[in-house]
Design a protein around this ligand. Structure first.
Ligand SMILES: [Zn+2]
Length: 104
């Protein structure tokens, strides 16, 4: 998985194209992610009997397909593809394919 929780990503296709946010959940088995502030949907929450449940229309982020987002490089501030480079100690680091800087 090239995208991790906490990454800043940009939506590159679909209705939310161009929007940016922070990844706050990854649903790896479905290849979907939840990005803060992106793809907000209105959800009608009915009374459930639990008094603590918020009732009415609530807005929340819906998961989007991971293939619709690209990582935003913290160095060049552009949506980029991610590559890997092997460090001298054998560890792998993610690199921005545009500016070749390490992203992690
Ligand atoms: Zn870059």
């Amino acid at each position: 998985m090239k995208i991790k929780k906490g990454d800043t990503v940009e939506v590159i296709s679909g209705n939310d194209r161009g929007e940016r946010g922070t990844v706050h959940r990854i649903i790896s088995e479905k290849n979907r992610i939840v990005v803060s502030g992106v793809h907000m949907v209105k959800k009608h929450q009915r009374r459930t009997g639990d008094v603590k449940t918020q009732v009415g229309i609530i807005e929340r982020e819906a998961p989007i397909d991971i293939s619709n987002v690209a990582l935003v490089c913290s160095h060049c501030d552009r949506a980029t593809r991610v590559g890997y480079e092997i460090m001298g100690d054998g560890g792998k680091v993610r690199v921005c394919k545009r500016c070749r800087e390490a992203v992690d």
